[in-house]
Design a protein around this ligand. Structure first.
Ligand code: 13P
Length: 255
């Protein structure tokens, strides 16, 4: 069996500012019993406004933590009010960026083409995309899961080369709803994704595929035991550092 790297990744979305969260979050992490090793990566994705502070806090943290951004613009620079470029993120020391999250696809009309540009520009700059894919409930009920995943992967990864990337399978209907996909659905989707990756010129066995969608400390132990699941991208449950640490420990125990 190939030993793919496992990940425990927090996506704070539009939560936790400086005074209102990050400081306490890092102190809770440091006071926890978590002392990670290199086989499980811990990544935290705070809002843009606290990326710099988060990097500074991660540098003095007792735990090895990488900081990711939640988005990036697909242009190099220019008149794009309110946007942030890859170079700006690289300047801050960001090593990972979430791309193609279903909330960005749904609320900000991000297309596969735009997502592809983001993946390309990040990889070119040496930043690893945490590339999110997943079907809506409608697509699943109409047997369109495989077609949807294939389209997202094929278009999203076009021209990126077989470079380092993390995939997050997040069925849209499981995000923030308290409904996780069933074990069968998750195993099947992760295998489907690996097969598609192989078909389009990647080595699916070497790419970490995370599950996201209502992961919490009560279901994490079972979910990390599923074949093909290499960790989690966690929204709501990651906002409490103690819950995040508990989820991390289940991943660590599974290695
Ligand atoms: P929840 O864990 O809140 O369902 O969110 C998942 C997610 O969107 C992570 O990116």
């Amino acid at each position: 069996m190939i030993n793919r790297k496992r990940y425990c990744i927090a996506n704070f979305k539009m939560n936790l500012g400086f005074q209102s969260g990050i400081m306490n979050y890092f102190s809770d992490l440091n006071n926890s019993s978590v002392r990670n090793n290199s086989s499980v990566g811990i990544i935290i994705s705070p809002p843009f406004t606290v990326l710099n502070q988060s990097i500074a806090l991660s540098e003095i943290s007792k735990i090895d933590i990488d900081i990711a951004a939640q988005n990036v613009n697909d242009n190099d620079s220019g008149a794009f009010t309110g946007e942030v470029s890859v170079r700006m993120l690289a300047d801050c020391g960001i090593g990972h960026v979430i791309v193609g999250h279903s909330e960005r696809r749904a609320y900000f009309n991000e297309s596969n083409k735009e997502i592809n540009k983001k993946n390309q520009i990040l990889i070119k700059s040496g930043i690893t995309p945490i590339f999110c894919i997943g079907e809506t409930l409608d697509q699943r009920q109409n047997n369109l899961t495989k077609i949807t995943l294939k389209e997202q992967l094929t278009k999203g990864l076009n021209g990126t080369g077989n470079k380092e990337i993390i995939i997050a399978y997040e069925p849209v209907w499981a995000i923030g709803t308290g409904k996780t996909a069933t074990s069968e659905m998750i195993i099947e989707a992760h295998q489907m994704i690996r097969n598609i990756l192989n078909d389009i010129g990647f080595d699916g066995e070497k790419i970490s595929i995370l599950y996201g969608g209502s992961v919490n400390r009560n279901n994490a132990k079972e979910l990390i035991g599923l074949e093909g699941v290499d960790g989690f991208l966690i929204g709501g449950a990651s906002l409490d550092a103690k819950h995040f640490c508990d989820i991390y420990k289940f991943i660590e125990e599974s290695v």
